[in-house]
Write a protein that binds this ligand. Sequence first.
Ligand code: ATP
Ligand code: MG
Length: 400
Amino acid sequence: MEYDHIVIRYGEIALKGKNRKMFTSRLQENVAAQLKQFKAIKISMHRDQMYIVLNGEKPDEIIEKLKNIFGIQSMSVAIKTDNEVELIKQAALHALQSEQNAKTFKITTRRTNKEFPIGSQEFNHVLGGHLLSNTNGHSVDVHHPDVEIKVDIRAKATYITSRKILGAGGLPVGTAGKTLLLLSGGIDSPVAGFLAMKRGVQIEAIHFHSPPFTSERAKQKVIDLAQRLTEYGAKIKIHVVPFTKLQQKIHQEIPHGYSMTVMRRMMMRISETVAKDRDILSLTTGESLGQVASQTMESMHAINDVTNYPIIRPLIAMDKEDIIKIAEQIKTYDISIRPYEDCCTVFVPKAPKTKPKSDKVQYFEGLIDFSDDLKETIEGIETIDIKKDIGIDKELNDLF
Ligand code: ATP
Ligand code: MG
C-alpha cells in the first residue's frame, strides 16, 4: 500500500456561492497547466475538493508545484481504498508508519457515506485499536497528537490522509480579471505582481527599456522575473517599450527638477494605451508610499493626473523589509539585485522635485509637442510571450 493520491482543499473559494463553478474549473485548469510535465497524473474534481491521481508519479515534486498555486488552502497525500474495513485499517496503519517521528496519534473519521456500516466515533476506536496493536510505543492523544490520521468515507471510496500541507491561499489566477503590471528590474514590482496574482488577477507586464543606456542584460532580467512569476500563473506577455528617444527628449526639453515626473507621466500614458488596446482594466505598480522621490503623495498625484485608469498598488503601505522578505520567498530577489541599470536610474536627475505641482508639470509638458514621439514609441513596442518551462516565443509587434 502506498500514497497514490493528493487531496487538494479549496478554502476561500468554497464561500463564493454561484461563482464557485467558475472558480473551481479555473483552479483545475491552473493545476493542470502547472503539472503538465507529470504525464501520468489525472485530476478529478469534486464539489469540495480536488484529487490528483498519481498513477505512479512521486508526490513530493508535485506538492512543491502545488504550493505555488493560488486558490489552494491545503493539501495532503492520500491513500484511496474501497469502502472496506480491512483495507481502511491497512491504509491507516501505513499512514501512521510513514510518519517516522510520530509517537502519538489521533484518528478522525468523517462518514458522508451513511451506508458504511460503522459510525464515525465507533470507527475511530476500531482503527485506533488496530494501530495500537500493530505498532510499538505509539499512543493516542486526542488533544495534541503528533499526527492526525483522517479517514474520509465517501460514496465510492475512502481517502486516508495524515499530514496537512499549507497551500498558497488566495484565489485562482484568472478569476479576477487582468492587470497590466509596470515591471521594472527592481525588487518591488515583481512582488506587486505576485500579490495581485494572489487575489486571482492575471497579469501582463510592460517594461520601459532605453537602449543603449540600458543593456540587453537589463531586459533579460525582466524576462527572468516574468519567468519566475509564471510559477504562479500560466503565461505572461511582456510588452517592451523602446523608451530612449522619448526619455532623451524629456531630458533635453523639461527642467530637470520635473523631468522624472514627466517621464513617469509618459509611462502612465503609454501603459494606459497598451492596457486599453488589450482590454485590460487596470494598471499595477510596485510603488510604496515615501520610498523614493517619485513616491511622495504629491508625486503620485502629479503622475496619476494623466490617467483615469485604476492603479493597483499592492505595496503602498508596506515596509521595504517586508517587501524583501516576499521577494526572497518568491525567488525574485536574486534576479532583482543583479546590477544592471534601469531606464529610470540612467536618466534620473540629481535633484528631482519631491513635491512636484501638477499645474507646473502640465505647464512644462504643454510647451513641447510629444505626440509624434509617443506614437512612434507605442508603434515600436515588442511583445514577448513568456511561457512556463517552455521558454520564450517572440511575437514582434503583435499588438499594433
Ligand atoms: P521597483 O523596485 O519596482 O523598481 P522602485 O522602488 O525602484 O520600484 P521606482 O523606480 O520609483 O520604485 O518605480 C516605481 C514603480 O514604477 C515600479 O515599482 C514599477 O511598477 C514602475 N516602473 C519603474 N521603472 C519602470 C520600468 N523601467 N518599466 C516598467 N515599470 C517601471
Ligand atoms: Mg525601480
